[in-house]
Design a protein around this ligand. Structure first.
Ligand SMILES: C[S@@+](CC[C@H](N)C(=O)[O-])C[C@H]1O[C@@H](n2cnc3c(N)ncnc32)[C@H](O)[C@@H]1O
Length: 241
């Protein structure tokens, strides 16, 4: 097991540092800023908007009897590669838009310990320690309701075991960087992520490396280079056509 230490990032939020790999769980420029920009703003919110506009279109095209019925609650499904400290999951639960239910699946082979959860202290820092602790206390391997509009399924397994097919609207591809885990950025791994998405689903990642972009294109994504979070020029978003 690799040694894990506390690291305070430039926006004041905590992260975990792996000294043996000289690698971080989040951007050194700001863990919370990165999560909010890359995963929530460029991923979750975009998908919620898409779900809303689809539902509006369907409503407009439906007949008058259908229009009288109470509209169904919208839902989107997010798959996270790397639950880690749970920062992305926690922020997504906190910022899930009204009227949208988020079904969140998080895969993690090396869960953090209770001491590490307390060490990063996102619950207190982000204003809802009860929610953050509850998220970590929920059982693994089955869907668990965290809030009225956020259900989480934590899966203790390797990313290489992911074999979902057309199940998810968004993928948070938050694996360690290519310098330390290049195999997790291979065409095969990205192809499996592409397979896991529904049509029009999106994959967001903090990584902007040229070979990752090319592997995403080879796996079938239409790829956009987007402005990165503070301190990082670019990030990538792929859309499954
Ligand atoms: C960049 S960190 C994820 C950070 C996380 N999203 C957060 O909000 O804290 C990458 C995560 O991938 C996990 N990991 C590394 N290799 C893995 C593998 N082959 N399968 C599953 N998890 C893996 C690590 O334990 C680590 O938690």
């Amino acid at each position: 097991m690799l040694k894990r230490e506390l690291y305070v990032t430039d926006d004041g939020s905590n992260s975990i540092y792996l000294p043996e790999w000289n690698e971080y769980y989040h951007s050194k420029k700001g863990a919370v800023q990165e999560a909010m920009h890359v995963f929530l703003d460029m991923g979750m919110h975009v998908s919620c908007e898409l779900a809303r506009s689809r539902a509006t279109q369907q409503f407009m095209q439906s007949d008058s009897e259908v229009r009288k019925r109470t509209p169904e609650k919208l839902s989107i499904s997010i798959l996270e590669y790397g639950l880690g400290t749970g920062l992305n999951a926690f922020l997504t639960a906190q910022h899930a838009p009204d009227g949208v239910h988020i079904n969140y699946t998080a895969v993690e082979a090396y869960p953090v310990t209770v001491d590490e959860i307390k060490m990063v202290d996102y619950g207190n820092k982000l204003g809802d320690n009860a929610l953050y602790m509850r998220m970590h206390e929920l059982a693994w391997e089955s869907p668990q309701a965290l809030t009225d509009n956020f259900t989480i399924t934590k899966l203790e397994q390797k990313f290489q075991q992911i074999d979902a097919k057309e199940e998810h609207d968004v993928i948070y591809y938050d694996v360690f960087g290519p310098r330390v885990q290049p195999d997790l950025w291979s065409i095969e791994m990205i192809q499996a992520a592409h397979d896991a998405l529904k049509k029009d689903g999106i994959l967001v990642t903090y990584c902007a490396a040229g070979f990752v972009r090319r592997n995403m294109i080879a796996a079938g994504f239409t790829v956009e280079r987007l402005p990165g979070p503070p301190g990082k020029r670019e990030m990538l978003r792929g859309r499954k056509g």
